[in-house]
Design a binder for this molecule. Structure first.
Ligand code: TEU
Ligand code: CA
Length: 528
């Protein structure tokens, strides 16, 4: 079936933190194999693996040393082949994380093919996403190489056709193995302005995001590789608007199937820096998601997500992980899963896993967090002020090990976990996932509704009660069918006018039907 991914739900696995099968404290491919029935039971259709390729793990696998080898800590290529076969045996699909904006500086290309990278005699003032300059001096060449991320992640020079062909050859190798598509890491950064200049505040993003040749490269990639397989592609593209997203994802443009926007994930930051915190204004969120629903309706396709391995956990961020954790986790899921697009569930989201608060910076592993801590301490910011920022937005919030049970380390490992397990694992874990009122079972229902209701896939979106600061309400209409979704994003009861139709799903049982939404209540009405 064409566009099969429009009715699919994707589950993102961060292998390092998913399940450790051999007691070394690091998740691995055999651990994923052990949990395939848990995933199949949830009803997800596509598994997206964060990178499993050989890597020195400066950025936990997003610094690839060998695209044709599995990272030692994760297992062997035979393990991978077994995983792929067992995923397919369950009628699920497997999508790899394609990181081709940069490689590891330990990749053979960096030594043998320097022209696969970007060199300049003089650096610009651009700042790296991980702090410091985006330029690293190399004595042997007496030049600087560009690295938008860590200095061990040199950017690839996509102007070089030899590099592009080497990437396409590698992509075909994985697709010929039978993988079902790619999530493409910062794919909208692969084309840089050739004449790079200093930028205000060192923010070079206007010169490397959605650059001059990005569509040329993606059309070429589609022609040489993507169009030859029945696969799904999603491009991670920070700094992209709906207009640009249409250019990437409109079918007639023959580039990608969908992209990840970051706009809704930037609404609780006060400035250009993710660590400058401000409370979310729900009206901003409603208007942003409306803009994306309308911007790609019938022309392009949305990815729908609250969580991934870079974002804090949504129940702690936009919900209430203290007094209303289960209700708000289900409410947030309802809000997202009735929109148009392909939903992405990040490991642990289906359990209502929360952010973590380690007292010591030494307990944190993420290069982005560790670098930021050092930079801000040197600038005189107090430990406590920085920890507040890390608690809110640090990437390790999403990377604490999956909480499978109340056993030591949440059943993730019998060894010492590479990153400490969230201490709340005794209360929050997968053991209860079969309980009828669990968050997992609620997600399972949502996933099933998407498969069976065309209105969710195709219906028109209309925002309701635009000015209400606490209730996110919208309708979907398709022929003579109508869905009305009410989500209370607050801990206060909120009165709403009852729509016509019957209650399809809700996170309170028995559902409130008197028009007074309980704290964090979500309720969906269906009329035919
Ligand atoms: O993230 C790209 C990206 O935009 C990040 O800077 C993101 O905005 C930031 O991590 C939020 O705090 C991708 C991967 O998802 C990320 O894990 C990698 O570190 C990065 O690219 C480099 O490969
Ligand atoms: Ca292991």
């Amino acid at each position: 079936m064409a566009d099969w991914w429009k009715k699919s739900t994707v589950y993102q696995i961060y292998p390092r933190s998913f399940m450790d099968s051999n007691g070394d404290g690091i998740g691995d491919i055999r651990g994923i194999i052990q949990k395939l029935d848990y995933l199949h039971e949830l009803g997800v259709d596509i598994l997206w693996l964060s990178p499993v390729y050989d890597s020195p793990n400066d950025d936990n696998g997003y610094d690839i040393r060998d695209y044709y080898k599995i990272m030692n800590e994760f297992g062997t290529m035979a393990d991978f082949d077994e995983l792929l076969e067992k995923v397919h045996a369950r009628d699920m699909k497997l999508v790899m994380d394609l990181v081709v904006n940069h490689t590891s500086d330990e990749h053979a290309w960096f030594k043998d093919h320097p022209n696969f990278y970007i060199w300049r005699d003089q650096p610009t003032n651009w700042r790296s996403f991980f702090g410091g300059s985006t330029w690293q001096y190399q004595k042997e060449r007496n030049q600087y190489y560009l690295h938008l991320f860590s200095k061990k992640q040199p950017d690839l020079n996509w102007e070089n056709p030899e590099l592009r062909n080497a990437v396409y050859e590698m992509m075909r190798w994985w697709l010929d193995k039978g993988v079902d598509g790619f999530r493409m890491d910062v794919i909208n950064m692969i084309s840089k302005n050739p004449d790079m200049k200093d930028a205000p505040n060192g923010d070079g993003s206007s010169q490397f995001m959605n650059g001059p040749n990005v569509h040329t490269y993606l059309k070429e990639m589609n022609k040489h590789v993507l169009s030859q397989y029945n696969i799904v592609t999603v491009g991670e593209s920070p700094g992209t608007t709906p207009k640009e997203a249409r250019d990437y994802t409109a079918a007639q443009n023959q580039e990608l199937n969908m992209i990840f926007t970051f706009e809704h994930m930037d609404l609780d930051q006060a400035s250009g820096e993710k660590w400058d915190l401000k409370p979310l204004d729900l009206i901003d969120l409603k208007e942003n998601l409306e803009k994306w629903q309308h911007g790609l309706h019938n022309e392009g396709w949305n990815s729908l997500y609250w969580n991934n391995h870079d974002q804090p956990r949504i129940v702690s961020r936009f919900g209430d992980d203290q007094d209303w954790r289960v209700e708000s986790a289900k409410m947030l899921a309802t809000c997202l899963h009735f929109m148009q697009g392909t939903p992405y569930i990040y490991q642990g989201e289906e359990l209502g896993m929360t952010n973590v608060r380690f007292d010591l910076i030494e307990d944190y592993q993420d290069i982005e967090t560790v670098n930021m801590y050092q930079e801000k301490r040197e600038a005189g910011v107090s430990h406590d002020d920085i920890m507040t920022k890390i608690y809110a937005k640090g990437r390790d919030n999403a990377r604490t090990p999956m909480q499978w049970s109340a056993e030591p380390n949440g059943g993730f490992t019998t060894g010492t976990p590479w990153l400490k397990v969230n201490p709340n694992y005794k209360d929050i874990n997968a053991l209860q996932h079969k309980d009828s009122d669990s968050i997992y079972q609620y997600y399972k229902k949502l996933i099933g509704l998407r498969k069976n209701m065309d209105i969710i896939t195709h219906g028109d979106f209309e925002l309701l009660h635009r000015e209400d600061p606490d209730v996110f309400a919208y309708t979907r209409t398709w022929n003579d069918e109508k869905l009305t979704v009410y989500c209370n994003f607050s801990s206060q009861p909120k009165s709403v006018t009852l729509p016509e139709g019957k209650i399809l799903i809700g996170n309170y049982a028995p559902n409130n039907s008197k028009g007074l939404l309980q704290p964090y209540e979500a309720i969906v009405y269906y009329k035919q």
